[in-house]
Design a binder for this molecule. Structure first.
Ligand code: FMN
Length: 378
């Protein structure tokens, strides 16, 4: 019988589905709902020492709809970290661990570039009983103005130093959550691991502008007629998240074997999760998906992931973690492999494959869409 149960960095999870930091983990009430519905772990909304500096606006989300006008495929937010005082969070973390002693509760923390502040927040959350940490180095809006979040996550030297401070203060595992708003995500990832992070999470949201209202001519989400670029999430970001997870996992495998990776970005199903695990994730997180479908979505996600495992006769997540990483290569190597296959086919006088454009001179104005389609894999 296949099992979804897994142990990552000493944390025992009934399944790899974790609530990603954001609205689905904003207070004890909703965190409790997540555990009751069977989520493998919860990462609470990001907390800081001084919540009085956090002032949110409304509206703060913008949606991109699919062509049917019903399905949400992209989601921008300009939401900040938690606006609730750390004192309240400390009480709720304690209560949560009393109510759900086996529930894995991870605090997401963010602070300014100040060693004492990072040490204080780690110690206070640990005293309240959390099982681990996620360091939010990746919020793309608002907080970079205070040199927090993505502003820190884009600077490998600072990342390494801050991870070193946390390493010195924490007795629990901690994951550094990486920003995708950078050219080579391996660079800050490597720095966080050098600094002592137990693992990494990727990705946070992608800096974005969701659209412009063609009646008012104002960009969205419009707050008093103005906006600011926000963070993009939901299924539209999945291909970018998968690419970054693949790059980080490849780097971890070569340079930091044994460190963990939590993948996220657009996960809405068990099959999405299977893809992130095949590209090297130990666990997967869901944030926007919970906002779209509710906490109950974990059950069909677990069922679909189990069905995938049974189809392939995988008994544990470890049986297929990273299994698809070996099939990435350079474009030059693809050309070589295809040349070899064609030569072999010619030698065997086999029938050529479905007619596809082989060279740029073959594109035709009349057949253009058909030719594009023939070249694509869905
Ligand atoms: C409304 C909203 C608020 C978020 N707040 C946080 C946050 O406080 N801390 C954090 O680390 N990530 C935050 N995120 C980012 C998510 O945890 C996640 O990295 C990102 O949305 C991609 O995953 P998804 O497509 O499953 O949402 C937030 C995302 C959304 C949509």
């Amino acid at each position: 019988m296949a099992t979804l149960a897994t142990t990552v960095d000493g944390l025992k999870l009934p399944n790899p589905f974790i609530i990603g930091s954001g609205p689905p983990g904003t207070n004890l009430n909703v965190i409790g709902k997540a555990f009751k519905e069977g989520w493998g772990a919860v990462i609470a909304k990001t907390v800081s020492l001084d919540a009085s500096k956090v002032v949110n606006v409304t509206p703060r989300y913008g949606k991109l709809m699919g062509s049917d006008g019903k399905e949400v495929i992209g989601w921008e937010n300009i939401e900040l970290i938690s606006d609730r005082p750390l004192k309240i969070w400390e009480e709720e973390f304690k209560k949560c661990k009393q109510m759900f002693p086996d529930g894995v509760l991870i605090a997401s923390i963010m602070e300014e570039y100040n060693k004492d502040a990072w040490i204080e927040i780690v110690q206070r959350c640990e005293a309240a009983g959390v099982d681990g940490f996620e360091l939010n180095f990746s919020c793309p809006h608002g907080l970079p103005e205070r040199k927090m979040g993505a502003a820190m996550g884009q600077d490998p030297d600072i990342l390494e130093e801050v991870c070193g401070w946390v390493k010195g203060a924490a007795t629990k595992p901690f994951w550094a959550k990486m920003t995708p708003n950078i050219t080579h995500i391996e660079d800050p990832s490597r720095a966080a691991l050098r600094g002592g992070a137990t693992g990494l999470s990727a990705i946070n949201t992608i800096r974005s502008v969701i659209g412009v209202n063609l009646d008012t001519l104002r960009p969205e989400p419009s707050v008093e007629g103005y906006t600011t670029p926000g963070g993009y999430s939901c299924k539209a970001v999945k291909p970018i998240a998968l690419r970054m997870v693949m790059e980080i996992a490849t780097m971890i495998r070569k340079e930091f074997p044994g460190r963990s990776l939590s993948g996220l970005g657009g996960i809405e199903s068990g099959n999405d999760a299977a893809q992130f695990i095949l590209l090297g994730s130990d666990t997967v997180q869901v944030c926007t998906g919970v906002m779209k479908f509710g906490y109950e979505c974990v059950k069909p996600m677990c069922d679909e992931l189990l069905a995938f495992m049974e189809k392939h006769k995988f008994e544990t997540l470890a049986d297929f973690k990273g299994k698809s990483l070996d099939y990435f290569t350079t474009h030059a190597d693809l050309v070589k492999r295809q040349g070899e296959r064609k030569a072999a086919q010619k030698a065997a006088a086999a029938a050529p494959q479905k007619k596809m454009v082989q060279a740029d001179g073959e594109w035709s104005g009349e057949e253009f869409v058909k030719q594009s389609d023939a070249l694509a894999r869905s």
